[in-house]
Design a binder for this molecule. Sequence first.
Ligand SMILES: Cc1ncc(COP(=O)(O)O)c(C=O)c1O
Length: 368
Amino acid sequence: MSRFLRQTLRDVKGYVPGEQPERADIIKLNTNENPYPPSPKAREALAAVDPETLRRYPNPTARSFREAAAEVHGVGPDNIIATNGGDELLRLVFATFADAGDRIVSTDPTYSLYPVLASLEGLRFEALALDDHYGLDPQAFLRFACGAEPGSVPAKVALIVSPHAPSGKLFTAAQLTGIAEGFPGLLVVDEAYVDFVDPALGHSLLACVQSLPNVLLLRSLSKGYGLAGLRFGYGIGHPDLIAEMTGLTKDSYNTDVIAQALAEAALRDQHYAADTWQRVRSERDRMHAELTALGCAVYPSQTNFLLAELPPLADGSSRAAAAYAALKQAGILVRYFDTPRLAHALRITLGTPAQNTAVIAKLTPLLR
Ligand SMILES: Cc1ncc(COP(=O)(O)O)c(C=O)c1O
C-alpha cells in the first residue's frame, strides 16, 4: 500500500469484475452480455464516423442520443442523462445526492458495486435480506429505508435492482411505486436487465418517473443492445435530478463521439433489439425447463440469465463450485459467487441456442 492512499480507502475492497478471458473460443456466459451482435445500424454508424469529428469534443450531454431516448420512452430529453455505462450513473447518484456519512440502502443480495461506490464516497451502506425466494416485502423495505428501527436514520438513497440480479426476479411496478411513494429519499431502480422482461407482463416504471420526483431509473446498453464494450448507459428521472447530475458531478464530456453515435443508432433500432430479446426469452424458457429436469432449482427469471441451485454433493459440499470448475475446464465460463447464500448456485447467462446446449451437455453428467 502506498503511503499516499487516502485514509478512507485503506480498508475498502474494490469491485471485482467478472472474468474477461482473452481467448475468443470460450463460451462466455459469466457477465450477462447479449449473445447477439449490436444492430447493423450501429455497425453502419461506426463505419460512418469521420475521424475529423474526433478532433472536436463531443456534445457534452449527448443531446442527439437523449432526444432518441426521449422518443423511445415517451419522456422529454430533460428526463434523460447519458452516462459512461450504467455504472457511471451510480457513481453520479452517490456523488450528487448523498453527503459523507449518509445512509444508503439496498437489498441483500444486490449489485456488488453499490457498497464499493458507497464506501468511496464515505457513505454507510446497509442491506435488507430478500426472502428465501428473493422476494421483496415492500412494507418491510420501506420501514428499513425510512430508518424505523431504533437507532437507525432514514436513508438518503435506496437502490433496488429490478429485474433483480442475481436471481432474475422482477419486482412489480406496484411494489416499487409503493416504496417510492412512502420513501422521503431518492429511489434508484436499477433496470439494467429490464429489456428482457416479457412484454406480455406490461411492466413499466416510466409513468412512475413522470409522477414521482424521487424515482430514477438506470438503463444500460450493455445487455439489451449488445454493446457492453461501448460503455453506454442512461438515467431517466425528474428534470431536477438530471440537471443536478449533469451540471454538478458528471465529467464535462463523459461519453465520446463514437459511443454517442453508436448508442443512438442501436437505441433507435428497437425492432432489431426486440428481436434479440425475444430470442433470449425463448432460450430462457428452454434452459429453465432443461436445468429443472436435471434436478436444479431454477428461479423464475425476467432477465438474460438464470440462477440455478444445484443439489449439494454427497458430502454436503458445493456441487455448484465443482460444476463451475468443470465448465471452465471445458471452455465454458459461468458465474459462481462464493457467498453463504449463493454457495450452491450458478448464474448462467443465456447464450445462443448452441452455447446453451453445450452448457446442458456438460452439466448433465455432473448432475446425474
Ligand atoms: C445490476 C446491474 N446494474 C448496472 C450494471 C451496469 O452496467 P453497465 O455499466 O455495463 O451499463 C450492471 C452490469 O453488470 C448490473 O448487473
